[in-house]
Design a binder for this molecule. Structure first.
Ligand SMILES: Nc1ncnc2c1ncn2[C@@H]1O[C@H](COP(=O)(O)OP(=O)(O)OP(=O)(O)O)[C@@H](O)[C@H]1O
Length: 345
């Protein structure tokens, strides 16, 4: 006799991924409910997305909910995004949202609805103990999940982990009533950024304030548009008239509105620190070896992690890496298995 499946709450954005997540879970025999969360402040976008979620929920004949978490999102994702840029660092807002909202308050809501599982359309895999990279190398989103609470992993379902995005779109295109999902524009990488992050910052801060560019010896060599326009590792957008070699941002100095630039060799780092460590390993010891990804699109690099006090760690890379930006996540892996990570200091 088949054991009945426990109920799942699917985080539904109105996009193709979470809609096809719903379809796959229903096919696997799970009772499913859906939930759209109002997070950013763009009401027009919410209306459009809610109409899509309603269409999908009706098509699959499942109950669905709207959860308003705009206040929590503002306070724990949007405002820190602005504050971190103003401190001269590069924030990773999706990791805040994943910890506190998608896999935080939404999980609490799932429990209120008596749902044992929570599912999203992330391209990752999960065996109930660990999260793994998704099979589609161009879509794997495990990096953004390094900071979720370990206690909720046993409840998570990610049916798209073994799918390629192109096949997910083809599956949607085969359902006449939902075919438009397959062709709709992909949502931007950060849900509240329509075009450029600088437009968001400009609403709150004086981002356009020209400043000095220094070389690594402290000489003034050029000018820039305002430090918030830049990320460590960036090569373009500042002016160093007399340089004949490619120069990259090595350091951002918010107090003096200065950038320090250097050659590729000068900006490479082999050792750096992280804070707010989050580990899925039950017993990591004082140090362990793994591979580290310091940016979403960077390949994983072999490293040693030395644990320090108060959730800090030092990362020693086997070979120097380029563009290690304070504020970004450093996610740890063993093969495709996500071990956790921390924020680069
Ligand atoms: N506003 C929202 N309400 C509920 N769940 C959401 C919302 N936004 C995103 N999600 C969930 O988080 C997952 C990952 O979101 P992300 O924006 O990274 O992916 P996406 O490729 O745009 O997904 P989709 O095609 O489902 O919109 C989505 O598949 C969905 O399950």
């Amino acid at each position: 006799m088949n054991v009945p499946r426990k109920k799942v709450l699917v985080a539904m954005s109105g996009g193709v991924d979470s809609s096809m997540t719903t379809k796959l879970l229903l096919e696997q025999g799970y009772p499913v409910e859906g939930c759209y969360m109002k997070l950013h402040g763009n009401e027009q976008m919410h209306e459009q997305n809610i109409a899509r979620v309603e269409r999908v929920a009706r098509y699959f004949n499942i109950p669905w909910h709207v959860l308003d978490r705009q206040d929590l999102f503002h306070q724990s994702v949007y405002q820190p995004f602005i504050d971190i840029y103003s401190q001269g660092q590069t924030p990773n807002p999706c990791t805040f949202c994943n910890r506190l909202i998608k896999f935080g308050t939404l999980f609490e809501f799932a429990r209120e609805l008596d749902c044992h599982h929570l599912a999203t359309g992330h391209y990752v895999k999960c065996d109930g103990q660990y999260i793994y990279q998704g099979d589609d190398p161009g879509k794997d989103q495990s990096y953004f999940l390094f900071n979720i609470e370990p206690r909720i992993i046993p409840h998570l379902l990610f049916p798209l982990g073994s799918w390629r995005k192109s096949d997910v779109k083809a599956m949607a295109a085969d359902i006449p009533l939902l075919a438009s999902l397959a062709t709709q524009k992909e949502s931007s990488e950060i849900c509240f950024v329509e075009d450029s992050y600088i437009d968001v910052l400009r609403e709150h801060l004086q981002v356009d304030q020209p400043g000095k560019v220094l070389d690594t010896s402290g000489n003034v060599v050029g000018s820039h548009r305002g430090y918030m326009h830049y990320t460590v590792g960036q090569r373009k957008g500042f002016d160093v008239p007399l340089s004949h070699t490619a120069l990259y941002v090595k350091q951002i100095l918010p107090k003096t509105n200065e950038l320090v630039v250097g050659t590729r060799e000068e900006i490479n780092l082999q050792r750096f620190a992280v804070r707010d460590l989050n580990l899925f390993l039950p017993d990591p010891g004082q140090e362990f070896t793994c591979e580290v990804k310091v940016r979403y699109r960077n390949p994983k690099a072999p490293a040693r992690v030395l644990l320090g006090a108060g959730g800090s760690a030092t990362i020693e890379l086997e070979r120097p890496e380029y563009a290690i930006a304070p504020g970004q996540a450093a996610a740890f892996y063993e093969g495709t298995r996500l071990l956790g990570g921390g924020y680069i200091v």
